[in-house]
Ligand binder design. Structure first.
Ligand SMILES: [Cu+2]
Length: 132
């Protein structure tokens, strides 16, 4: 009886540790129905990884505005493009289907503006504030 109770206690402790760990794992931006990024503005720390997850039925891109990056910051876009024009020229390659995710690690502080190519005109844009 005593041993059994101990084992249950150990399992509960592991569950709590894992839960805490996944929360610490990094920040998340969800692409939701209604063609928006949630949250629209997210603040993270330098070197933190942000995971963009498509939880909607539509396909979306996560595409940085080239003129919306901090000075000297690396460009990012789903599909791995190195410029906004390349991302716009090959829309299909950058699309994240329902359930897909995309991770970016931010090494420079500052404000990053990004958008979804197919839904830019609907206002599907977001901002990341990366703090020292
Ligand atoms: Cu979109």
């Amino acid at each position: 009886m005593g041993v059994k109770n101990l084992r249950i206690a150990a399992i509960v402790a592991i569950g709590i540790a894992l839960g805490a760990c996944s929360e610490d794992d990094g920040a998340m931006v969800r692409m939701e129905s209604g063609q928006r990024f949630e949250p629209e503005v997210l603040t993270v720390s330098v070197n933190e990884t942000v995971t963009f997850v498509n939880e909607s039925r539509d396909a979306h891109t996560v595409t940085a505005y080239e003129d919306g990056l901090p000075e000297g910051a690396a460009y990012f876009a789903s599909g791995g493009f190195e410029s906004e024009s390349a991302a716009r020229d090959d829309l299909a390659e950058g699309l994240l289907s329902s359930g897909d995710s995309f991770e970016v690690r931010f090494e420079s502080s500052g404000t990053y503006r990004y958008f979804c190519i197919p839904h830019e005109s609907s206002g599907m844009t977001g901002r990341l504030v990366v703090e020292e």
